[in-house]
Design a protein around this ligand. Sequence first.
Ligand code: AMP
Length: 278
Amino acid sequence: MEIFREVKPIRAFLEQFKNKSIGLVPTMGALHQGHLELIKTSKKENNITVATIYVNPTQFNNPIDLEKYPRTMDRDILLLSDAGCDLLFCPSNEVMYALKSSLTFDFGQLDKILEGKFRAGHFSGVGLIVSKLFNVIQPTKAYFGQKDYQQFQIISNLVQQLMFNIALECVATVREKDGLAMSSRNLRLTQEMRARALVLYQSLTFAKQLLLDGMEMAMVREKTIKLFEQKEVKLEYIELADRKNLILLNFVVDPKESVLLISGYVGEVRLIDNIFLA
Ligand code: AMP
């Protein structure tokens, strides 16, 4: 696997793949099977696969979260090369923000709800860094996880608004055996916190059944709050939304068109998850 830390050399290297398909998998590192599933999908569909590892400061609304974000670069490099990734771009802050950026993004309603409501400026930072990565790598197709479903919707919107000539794919969430969504932040959980964290997935599956049985979100939320209280996990939100545009819903109209999203704090570790209703 070729590793690049600067923009010019990776651009020069990618010149030879101008007429080939390039798959891009942007990550913040601390890689797990979820990330590797994106690499695998990209490898199947493209001539070459480029992974990026960059912990982007402008998308962190909480400085402690940024400071404590797990960084496991040596292990990540081994995992990526074992997975057959062709190129890794892992720039420094000096490279990605050589010119201090004044650009901000406003995604309208899409970034005022769910994650956007609780993480001010987060999606503006995501929009900025993903645009930069798209410009540097110029991929044919980019791969994102369903685990960050709102992020996928934001990036779809970004691609349409800025007319990037890039296809997008949303890859299903990879879970631990007991259902916990794989996440780099899981590395911050002690064994005891790890057990409590399962309440996110358990609540999603429980709530899904209640909603499919016709219960309204207000009542489902009450029941979820109780589950969270039992596990001493702080519920931030549980919301039902339209899969296409994330407009929030009070009850299920069409299960095929619905997604249930959740977020909570296990101690100071913030976790998110979501499931489709069908
Ligand atoms: P991150 O490093 O957390 O920014 O994630 C990089 C990419 O991997 C994003 O597109 C995530 O949605 C995706 N991802 C993270 N966790 C998972 C998972 N458990 N299953 C599938 N994709 C994931």
